[in-house]
Design a protein around this ligand. Structure first.
Ligand code: ADP
Ligand code: MG
Length: 337
């Protein structure tokens, strides 16, 4: 079990031991200490481990005397103190400022962050490596505001640099694959993708979760290294058919939104996700539904090699093999297009 102190520490003590992400952490740590420009916007499948990676990064950085690290959980619905982790003086300023914003505390804290850090006393940041981590920013703000928010984060980076910070990294994350194309239109942010765990790391996670040996191969083929789904599978006694059964209604509801004319394309995308290259309309539906996504080559660290059986193409991927399997099931049920 990981040991965390500070806000939300009790919750983190319940999480499985952190596995792998060595390359990802190494790169983010380097960005944090060398500085990064413009904003770094990290996106990836739901449950692939973005929050955990940011928390682990924050944990490492806050031990250092030369770093000022602020973490905001923009999705938080508990009080402002739970939404923010920062050095005490900043945490207090952030909690006070967040109280002036309407809406859920996480959203309020994400907005307060811009104001508080934008006006922060020079002595707090001069000569320090300033690291601003805003987790899960797209949903609470709304996709239409993500771009403006990212621009504000970039203004903040520039202001902190002007105040004599040794380096600045502003990193925001999202599970909303659709925000990628919104942000790609402007140069306020660089986009990086975090993928699910690779096969060895996933095997290690399954070991940590005490998965019986005989289910591990099947778990990889079903989940493609997604840690949250591994927890969901464990909660179902490692019975794949129960996870399939329980996840299907949600995926079916999303696929029912597809016009019938797109079912032929869906069939093709089930066989090979790269079929989405040629099918803009279907692509838009599946990306907005967070079922499929473009894949960056390379991702921040582990990058999935093309493997149509696992739902991985060269350019497009099913977010987990499970969704591909469920799309297949839907097609069988909906009848041939
Ligand atoms: N590298 C990892 N090692 C151990 N557990 C992990 C790892 N990555 C993610 N998890 C666990 O999987 C679950 C989902 O991860 P999370 O970070 O919440 O995903 P995301 O933010 O991408 O939706 C969490 O319980 C988290 O602790
Ligand atoms: Mg998250």
């Amino acid at each position: 079990m990981a040991v965390y102190r500070g806000l939300g520490g009790w919750l983190f003590s319940l999480l499985p031991r952190f596995v792998d992400r060595v390359e990802e952490l190494r790169r983010l740590e380097a960005y944090a200490l060398e500085g990064y420009y413009p904003v770094l916007y990290l996106y990836g499948p739901e449950g692939c481990g973005k929050t955990r990676l940011l928390r682990e990064l924050h944990q490492v950085l806050k031990q250092r005397g030369d770093v000022v690290a602020v973490y905001v959980d923009a999705q938080s619905t508990s009080g402002p103190w739970e939404a923010v982790e920062a050095p005490p003086e900043l945490a207090r300023l952030l909690a006070e400022a967040a109280a002036e914003y309407a809406g859920p505390p996480g959203r309020a804290a994400a907005l307060a962050l811009l104001r508080v850090l934008g006006r922060v006393r020079e002595r707090l940041v001069r000569g320090k490596h300033v690291v601003v981590l805003v987790d899960d920013v797209a949903r609470p703000l709304g996709l239409e505001r993500v771009e403006a928010y990212t621009k504000s984060l970039l203004d903040l980076v520039e202001r902190l640099q002007a105040q004599g910070a040794a380096s600045v990294l502003a990193l925001a994350t999202t599970s909303e694959a659709a925000s990628r194309s919104i942000l790609a239109r402007h140069s306020h942010a660089s986009l990086a993708q975090l993928w699910n765990l690779g096969p060895e790391a996933f095997e290690e996670l399954l070991e940590v979760l005490s998965a019986p040996r005989h289910v591990r191969e099947q778990a990889w083929r079903l989940l493609g290294g997604n840690p949250r789904l591994a927890l969901a599978l464990r909660a179902r006694g490692w019975r794949a058919e129960r996870l399939i059964e329980d996840t299907y209604p949600r995926v079916r509801a999303l696929l029912e939104e597809l016009p019938r004319s797109l079912l032929r394309g869906l069939e093709e995308a089930v066989e090979d996700p790269d079929a989405l290259r040629e099918n803009q309309e279907l692509r838009r539906h599946l990306v907005e539904a967070n079922l499929a996504t473009p894949v960056e080559r390379p991702c921040l660290g582990y990058t999935p090699p093309p493997d149509p059986e696992q739902g991985v193409g060269r350019s497009y991927v099913w977010q987990t093999p499970l969704y591909r399997i469920l799309a297949k099931k839907y097609l069988e049920e909906a009848g041939k297009p």
